[in-house]
Design a protein around this ligand. Structure first.
Ligand SMILES: NC(=O)C1=CN([C@@H]2O[C@H](COP(=O)(O)OP(=O)(O)OC[C@H]3O[C@@H](n4cnc5c(N)ncnc54)[C@H](OP(=O)(O)O)[C@@H]3O)[C@@H](O)[C@H]2O)C=CC1
Ligand SMILES: O=C(O)[C@@H]1CCC=N1
Length: 329
């Protein structure tokens, strides 16, 4: 069943000037990415909040052909309802068609396909009947943790789809507030300039972008993809300490969040973390006292180990293994 949200939908097919972008899976991340694009198209803004804050993203040019029509594919009615609830307020939402169990028609209509499903679903989705013709010659972006370009290319080879351009990208959940740190894997051979510009444009709608080699993507997944979860623990811990010392709960969470935001502002302005830490540590003062407790607790090694562990787990997510978080010791 498909839900057409605006006038003149033309079945989700691109008009002559615009591209059709299809999300195969549109949950937390798909909604955040689509939201960033719709926001940009609705307001006419070609820069993100991050981009205007002295990011390298300011240099991203506007593609010759912008995405102008969208298919958001899910399986369940409640997922469709969530998309409408979270994105329905954008004027560009009229160009979104939500499709339940209609991956094939949405892929046929697409110029660009974004895999926004769970990693273990990729093989099944690509192997579905009709996908060979539907995918041939298209740009296929994957944000799925642990799924390599080689794996996707092997699925495409198995179904006989040819001429696809596969690009691996790792955004994070801060995309919802246009503050994602997104890594785009460099392709070999390099992408055409048109595709390169298009992909950079899409992901600068949701925050900052860097390009790194494919073989770093699992570590990028751990640092950027999982990172918000790790940083949230730091926020909770800061607030918990303050709550324990009598600060009201709501103010403690706000103070922790704003303190982290201010610190990241300094870091993004170019301050090295070690210099920042040193500047706060007045000799004989309270900061150095607290910092030494963190060192005694092995916080630095523990956080670094969490990133290393998540890297190893990420590398196994796309391999169809179960129990990838089982202890390795
Ligand atoms: N969450 C995060 O912070 C990050 C996640 N990622 C990656 O992004 C991907 C998506 O994660 P996330 O958004 O959190 O996951 P969600 O579970 O929120 O979204 C998955 C979406 O896929 C849909 N879906 C599932 N099966 C199919 C199918 N066969 N055909 C079409 N749609 C389908 C689901 O809809 P329904 O339930 O109705 O089937 C849902 O909309 C994952 O691969 C993850 O590794 C990357 C960076 C960060
Ligand atoms: O935890 C996960 O598997 C996904 C990928 C990165 C963030 N969330």
């Amino acid at each position: 069943m498909s839900f057409v949200n605006g006038r003149d939908t033309n079945g989700g097919k691109a008009d002559s000037s615009g591209l059709t972008l299809t999300f195969l899976g549109c949950g937390t991340m798909g909604i955040a990415i689509l939201g960033g694009i719709l926001d940009s198209l609705s307001t006419g803004s070609q820069e993100t909040a991050s981009a205007t804050a002295s990011s390298t993203s300011t240099a991203v040019p506007t593609p010759r052909r912008l995405p102008s029509r969208f298919n958001a594919c899910v399986r369940r009615p409640e997922s469709a309802k969530r998309i409408r609830k979270e994105l329905g307020h954008y004027s560009a939402f009229q160009h979104v068609t939500i499709r339940e169990k209609e991956n094939l028609i949405a892929t046929q209509a697409a110029d660009v396909v974004l895999l926004g499903c769970k990693p273990q679903m990729v093989a099944g989705i690509l192997h579905a009947e009709g996908m060979r013709e539907a995918l041939t010659g298209k740009v296929l972006i994957s944000i799925c943790a642990g799924v390599t370009e080689q794996q996707i290319e092997s699925y495409l080879a198995e179904i006989g789809a040819s001429g696809c351009t596969v690009v691996r990208v790792m955004p994070n959940t801060a995309a919802a507030v246009r503050e994602s740190m997104t890594v785009i894997a460099t392709s070999n051979p390099p992408l055409s300039e048109e595709t390169d510009v298009l992909i950079a444009w899409i992901f600068t709608r949701i925050g900052r972008v860097v390009h790194l080699p494919s073989n770093t993507m699992d570590a990028c997944t751990a640092l950027c993809g999982s990172g918000p979860g790790f940083v949230a623990v730091m926020a909770e811990s800061l607030a918990a300490g303050a709550i324990a010392m009598g600060i009201p709960r709501d103010e403690a969470y706000l103070m922790a969040a704003q303190t982290m935001r201010g610190t990241t502002g300094l870091l993004l302005a170019g301050e090295h973390p070690a210099i920042l830490r040193d500047k706060v540590s007045t000799p004989g003062g309270c900061t150095i006292g607290g910092l030494l407790v963190l060192e005694e607790g092995g916080v630095r090694g523990t956080i670094a180990k969490a990133v290393r562990e998540a890297t190893v787990v990420a590398s196994q997510l796309g391999q169809g293994k179960s129990g990838v978080n089982g202890t390795r010791r």
